[in-house]
Write a protein that binds this ligand. Structure first.
Ligand SMILES: [Zn+2]
Ligand SMILES: [Zn+2]
Length: 257
């Protein structure tokens, strides 16, 4: 059985036909999914998905790319959102310097507040980083993120960055990107990361793995991520499934089977 540790089931592409999404999960042996919060407004819909399905949980957080002109999330709001049995993680949070122009002080401050919420609740962090690895690690260190741990989701950074995150008590999660022919360096990282610190995800509805690249992604496709990693490491897909499932429940301690 596989677990999709990061998807967005509230996004319209995946919300449109929930039954088909669940059916493909069953067909492909994907037993559980963690659906990830990205905005304050949509959090109730994310939580509703987790509440409606025994095999799903959710996170609480505001994505670093979410620009708000009206209301920035506060620590107290995050703590209130996280105070629910189906919320097992804080995020997705982090830094993304790819899409938005500087100054991004608001983004760094938002990241700090999420780390504080994770430490206070004991619920681990789901961290997104793009073109911002050095600052991401710096803020994680400054805010004591190692105390609560978490996952570097949809990992696309170097082995060196992976090792720095591992040293801070974080897991590394690989998405469909690791199946892309151009991702040779990332494939090497997927060979090196210790099996007991690895997670798998789809980040659906985006980034469908080969052989579905360019199509709509969904949690059932996490099986293809696992198959690719197994081939890269020369181990069985069952071994990847068993390790990443155990890692998921080890990390997200509030998730009950
Ligand atoms: Zn992300
Ligand atoms: Zn995401």
């Amino acid at each position: 059985m596989f677990i999709d540790s990061h998807c967005h089931l509230d996004f319209p592409e995946l919300a449109a036909d929930r039954d088909a999404v669940l059916q493909l999960m069953r067909d492909n042996g994907v037993s559980h999914a963690l659906t990830i919060s990205t905005t304050l407004k949509t959090f109730p819909a994310v939580r509703a998905v987790a509440e409606a399905h025994d095999n799903m949980w959710c996170s609480a957080g505001v994505h670093p790319d979410e620009q708000v002109d009206d209301h920035e999330v506060s620590l107290d709001e995050l703590l209130a959102m996280a105070d629910h049995p189906k919320v097992v993680a804080i995020g997705e949070t982090g830094l993304d310097y790819y899409r938005l122009p500087e100054p991004l002080d608001w983004q760094r401050e938002r990241f700090r507040i999420h780390i504080r919420a994770a430490r206070q609740t004991g619920k681990p962090l789901v961290i997104h980083t793009r073109n911002a690895a050095a600052d991401t690690l710096k803020l994680m260190a400054e805010e004591g993120a190692a105390e609560v741990g978490g996952v570097m989701h949809c990992f696309t950074e170097s082995q060196q960055i992976a090792e720095a995150a591992l040293a801070m008590n974080f897991h590394i999660s690989f998405s469909g990107i690791v199946t892309f022919k151009s991702a040779k360096d990332l494939m090497e990282v997927a060979r090196q990361v210790p099996l007991d610190r690895m997670l798998i995800e789809t980040d659906s509805p985006y980034l469908a793995p080969a052989p579905y690249r360019g199509k709509m992604n969904q949690p059932g496709y996490v099986k293809h991520v696992a198959e690719h990693i197994a081939a890269l490491r020369g181990i069985s897909v069952e071994e990847v499934a068993a390790a990443t499932t155990a890692n998921f429940f080890g990390l997200f301690k509030h998730a009950r089977r």
